[in-house]
Design a protein around this ligand. Structure first.
Ligand SMILES: C=CC1=C(C)c2cc3[nH]c(cc4nc(cc5[nH]c(cc1n2)c(C)c5CCC(=O)O)C(CCC(=O)O)=C4C)c(C)c3C=C
Ligand SMILES: [Fe+2]
Ligand SMILES: [Fe+2]
Length: 346
């Protein structure tokens, strides 16, 4: 691969620092063509689907990308916000707020958000930052729990970009923060607030995005990290084990994924006589199709159909003040040693 031509910056010019908040990605519009583009990139990533390309390509291009886009587009349309896809709208707001909070603490830092699949892509954002004279970049994945399918894929995209760049910036990567004190505290306060505004349900379900069981057996630490977050959140809320359940949602394909699965668990709880449930999705830091449509529409309906009476969905952290403060603290810890403050500043 050839290196691209880059304008040379005078010595000392590439002195800026940036944080890139990276999230999964989302379609640009709730339409079948936009979903086809997005799903082709997402499901074509070998980190996400590990089936050998020779076997997977005919299934992906011959079956999935012919049938799924229209169905998914209809689901996205039900949660689309006036400004766009919820995942992008919230991630954009988080990046802007994080820049503001860091500024209040005296840091001169540019914060951008980027999407692993779709727009704005990680490479495009890094190009833009480099052109602005940024010489140090902290990559901050929006996933508290590490998985090869998500976190590592963000790092792949950064490495892929770097393959074409002659003068690389200094780079740092945040790997995981499932047990971060500020993150757990922000989650706990969001649940407590919900319980103040609506009576607490009999049971709390903590639903995380799923992963093929095979990935776990091959060493992906994601499942353990979800259990860590759940245990800490339950501890902070003072919930005994019988008052909460950890589940995994969004299974894709026929293979076994992490269990117990969210929807069958909620159906079984309702059939056993549970009448009210609160559902929180601690692994998703922004509301998105998986929480707003799958949990708050599909799973809600299944629970009620099975005899449940009150299903209460607790929104993701989104632009919550405690959460942005936690992100600011986390960022500050990872920036240590970089000259982000004006000389003589705070
Ligand atoms: C095919 C395998 C998939 C793996 C493995 C996977 C892991 C994984 N995903 C997230 C977070 C999100 N996933 C989202 C959507 C989504 N995920 C898959 C498949 C896998 N995910 C699909 C096919 C989709 C799209 C749904 C559809 O339209 O059909 C989202 C939401 C994106 C949005 O636009 O709102 C998030 C967030 C994690 C954390 C994870 C592994 C730990
Ligand atoms: Fe996913
Ligand atoms: Fe889903």
């Amino acid at each position: 691969m050839a290196f691209r031509n880059e304008p040379a910056l005078p010595a000392g010019r590439a002195d800026g620092t940036a944080v890139v908040l990276c999230n999964l990605g989302t379609p640009d519009e709730p339409t079948a063509p936009a979903l086809r583009r997005y799903l082709a990139e997402f499901l074509g990533d070998h980190r996400v689907v590990e089936i050998p390309k020779l076997l997977w390509w005919p299934i992906l291009h011959g079956i999935i990308l012919r049938t799924r886009p229209a169905k998914s587009a209809a689901k996205y349309a039900t949660v689309w916000m006036p400004e766009g896809s919820p995942l992008k709208v919230w991630t954009d707001r988080q990046a802007k707020l994080l820049q503001g909070y860091l500024g209040e603490r005296g840091h001169r830092i540019t914060v951008r958000y980027a999407m692993r699949y779709g727009t704005p892509g990680i490479g495009a954002v890094l190009d833009e930052l480099k052109a602005q004279g940024v010489g140090r970049v902290l990559i901050l994945p929006a996933y508290p729990q590490y998985s090869g399918t998500t976190t590592a894929s963000v790092f792949d995209a950064v490495a892929q970009w770097g393959l074409q760049v002659r003068a690389l910036p200094e780079l740092r990567f945040v790997n995981r923060y499932p047990d971060d004190r500020g993150y757990i505290e922000a989650l706990a306060r969001s649940v407590l607030r919900h319980w103040q505004q609506n009576e607490a349900a009999e049971h709390l379900v903590m639903s995380f995005h799923g992963l093929p069981e095979r990935n776990r057996t091959l060493g992906d630490p994601y499942a353990d990290e979800c259990q860590t977050t759940a245990r800490m959140l339950a501890g902070r809320l003072g919930l005994p084990p019988e008052r909460y359940t950890v589940t995994f949602q969004s299974r894709f394909g026929k293979a076994a994924w992490l269990q117990p699965y969210t929807e069958p668990t909620l159906v079984a709880l309702a059939q056993k006589g549970l009448r009210s449930v609160d559902v929180v999705c601690p692994g998703f830091t922004s509301d998105c199709i998986e929480t707003l449509e799958e949990i708050n529409q599909e799973v809600r309906e299944a629970f009620v159909h099975a005899g449940g009476e009150r299903f209460s969905y607790i929104p993701c952290l989104n632009d919550d003040t405690d959460w942005i403060r936690a992100l600011t603290d986390l960022t500050e810890r990872h920036l240590q040693g970089w000259p982000t403050k004006a000389p003589g500043g705070q």
